[in-house]
Design a protein around this ligand. Structure first.
Ligand SMILES: [Ca+2]
Ligand SMILES: [Ca+2]
Ligand SMILES: [Ca+2]
Ligand SMILES: [Ca+2]
Length: 141
């Protein structure tokens, strides 16, 4: 009985993973407005705004993300640090007001996911980001 249950669960997880793939490609195409297969900073900011992602982290909805709101949204600290480094909040807070606004968060994420420092987000890098902000990701938003 137990073995059957586990097998069924594994099969269901695989089915979900397979179903998720086309949705990711669709999102990438939506963000890549000029279809040059790279998401530049402008396209990124637009996609970010369209998704309302800052609002998902901004628990009290005042338009600024405090350190507390940031830490509550980010999930597992060790995994987060591995991806973004220990000083992500400070690094992204470019005007040093101890809060992240929409622009700072968008720009910080952009630089974090441009893993090869090419100045653009390719489909692989975008996939990493989607995994991290999706269900069970670093940011569960
Ligand atoms: Ca583009
Ligand atoms: Ca807030
Ligand atoms: Ca700030
Ligand atoms: Ca890149």
């Amino acid at each position: 009985m137990t073995r059957n249950w586990l097998t069924t669960t594994a099969a269901a997880s695989l089915a979900l993973a397979l179903m998720a793939a086309p949705a990711g490609a669709q999102a990438y195409n939506d963000w890549d407005a000029n279809t040059d297969a790279v998401i530049d900073q402008t396209e990124w900011n637009t996609g970010w705004a369209n998704q309302g992602l800052t609002g998902s982290i901004d628990a009290d909805g005042d338009g600024s993300i405090t350190r507390t709101e940031f830490e509550e949204a980010r999930g597992d600290e060790a995994r987060f640090t591995e991806r973004y480094g220990e000083t992500a909040f400070e690094d992204w807070d470019t005007n040093d007001d101890d809060m992240l606004n929409d622009e700072e968060l968008s720009a910080g994420m952009y630089s974090a996911y441009d893993a090869d420092d090419s100045g653009g987000i390719d489909e692989t890098e975008f996939g990493m980001w989607e995994d991290d902000v999706g269900e069970e990701g670093l940011f569960d938003i």
